[in-house]
Every structure is written in structure tokens, then in C-alpha cells.
Write a protein that binds this ligand. Sequence first.
Ligand code: ASP
Ligand code: MG
Length: 412
Amino acid sequence: MQIFKFGGASVKDASGVRNLTEIVSNHGQSKLAIVVSAMGKTTNKLELLVKQANEGMDYQDTLSELKEFHRNIVKELMEEAPERYLAFEDELERQLIGISELEANIAYDRIVPFGELMSTSIIAAYLGNYTKCEWVDARSIIRTDQYFSEANVDWVVTERQVTERLLPVVANSTVVTQGFIGSDVEGHSTTLGREGSDYTGAILAYCLGAEDFTVWKDVPGILNADPRILDDTEQYNNLSYREVTEMTYYGAQVIHPKTLKPIAQKSIPLIVRSFLDIEKTGTTIASDQTGKTIPCFVFKGNQLLVTAQVKDHSFMDEKKLGLILQVLDLLNIKINLMQNSALTLSFCIDNKEFKSKRIKELLNRDFLLSFESPLNLATIKNYTPDSFNKLPWNRTVIMEQKTPNNYQVLYR
Ligand code: ASP
Ligand code: MG
């Protein structure tokens, strides 16, 4: 049994769907389930659509653009639009009516899943002409809690549903299902967080005990830096689960951060390879570590540095540190870098306005707060002496940290 995941970029147009069909049709003998995202930038479009509808604005143009985009792809691929696709178009329109009554997060999860539902309806219809396949509604498989727009998986129910509903189908046909979506105990749609389709693939790989999980991307594999930022990047042939987990922790956008845990638990190899160049073998992530790995560079922009200073000339002691960390935990904020001194704690986080407002509200009483943004954070994992030369800019260093393996610098 194998799992393939195709992201939005791989199915952004009709030729993408044809390419997917070729990859799937030629994959070999083993049983296969494919997890597919919304087409191209559809999820962004749906986010706009639900925002407009939820805030009582006119959304008709956005809706028309969305339909036209899909219908153009359909037109290139087949004579008539698949019935399932048309049914989802209708259902989307119905759901939009009255969406302004709902809380924003709940509204989001009612509307945004249509991207995946529509894309897989089209793809399953087309793929069906070449290979025996079956469309499966991921919402009948992936059970989550009601933490809408960032839902958490209920593993017990999900595993049972995979065994009861997916296993019998995948035994006889290639399964086509949606990434990123699930449903709660009341049957309402939920989403797993942006870029969550990787995670769906990992959940299925885990529950089905797959022999491997392949993520088809528009890059040849995992690179040691974002090629839009550094030019002489290198590709990894092999990486350990641990290495990749750490890379995602520092912000490398190689794979959805929750993907690694389930597949590492069952030692299922994760393969990242190119749907543009299927001769290349890509990067394999598995347990074995192959010697020392080359330095990996991660850059994060739009960082906010918060400095909290004690007010009463006491120290920034453990109690006060604990208080600040509790507040950050409560607000679901991840610290990207931090440093303390006698009177202060400075920490760097992703810059989101509503979060800094809440930090102010909750910490103002006990601390003098100062904020600086936008800053940049660079991380070199497994640095070597000459890797520092690759940080090329005339930067003003704000904060810096070095451990035996990693170097991080926050700069203006
Ligand atoms: N379509 C969703 C997104 O764009 C999920 C995914 O692509 O993984 O975030
Ligand atoms: Mg995507």
C-alpha cells in the first residue's frame, strides 16, 4: 500500500491533472490512495469568499471567478462537468447563504473545504477514464475536534473509520480523497490548518500501515535553503525524521510540521519528489542518519521582538519568566528565539497584530513592554565555519544565539 499526496501547484490546471493521471496510472502494482489539495490558489480564493460572505459583503464576483476557474479546467478535460462536481458547486452556494450568522472560524470550516471537494471530484472523474478509482469523502474518515480552522485529529475514531471505510475500498481501486479536511462529531466539516494536506497523507499512511508516503512537489526534493533567497542550494538525498522535524521547527517550509510524527512512529519512509521531473528520485526521509548533514538555512521575515522588563527593580526571576511563558502558551504563540537578562526577557515571534494586542493586555500590568518589527530571523542548522559567509547582507544584529549545532540571528 502506498500513499501519494498532490498539492495545489501540481493540479493548478488541466495539464497538471493529466500529469497526475500519468503518474498514478504508471505507479506499479501496489494498492494506492491519493490525497489531493485544492487546485492552484483556490484556498486563498475561498478564504476571501468566506470573509466577504461572513462580513455581509457582496461575494458574487469571487464566487463566479472560483466557478469559472474550475469550469475552465473541466472543459479542457472532459465533455461534461462531473455530477459530483456540480453538486458541490450548488452546495457551496447554499452554504454561503446565512453564513454571516456564524462565528468566523465556524464559517471558515463550512466553506473552505469546498476547494478540496471540487478538485477531487474533477480529478476522480478524469482519472477514472484511465484507471479504476473511487472517490472517498475524507470527512467520513478523518474525525477531529471542534477547534475550527486548526482542528486536532481524534486518532481512535479516525483509525476505526479508516479500517471500516477506506481499507475495503482501497483493496479494489485507487482511492482519491481530499487533504486538509475532516469532520467533527456532529458531522460538520473541519480543516486541519493551512497546508494540512501533507498531514492528511501522513494520517492515512499511519492508519493503513503504508509501505511509503510520497509527496509530489514542484521542487526536486528537499533543499538546504529556499532557492528564492540563496542561489547555490544543495539537495538532500536522505534525511532523518528528526532532522526534518527540527527543520520545520525553525520554520523551513518543506512539509507541514505535524506530518513527521505519525510516519516516524511507524517508520514509514517519506519521499519528497518532483511531479515535473519524475525521473529524479527526490529526498527520502527515514530513520537512518547518514553521517553529518550539510548546513541548512532557514529565513523568516516579519518577526516581532517583544521585550518585557520588570517594573519594580526586582529580577526577571523564574516566577516572572513562568508568568510570561504561561501567557504565551494561553495565546498559542510560538517563540522563535528568546534571551533573558537580569531585568528583561526578550522574545521573538511571528508578527501578528491581534496577538501583540493580547500580549499587551495580559502583560502590561506586571511588565514594561517594548515592541520592534518587522525584523528578520535567520537560522543555520548544522553550521560550518564558512556557512556564516552565506548570510550576505549588511545587517544590524539585534539578537544572536549559538549552540554547538545551531546559529540564530535576529536582524534589522
Ligand atoms: N488547500 C489547503 C491550503 O492551500 C491545504 C493544502 O494545500 O495542503 O492550505
Ligand atoms: Mg498546498
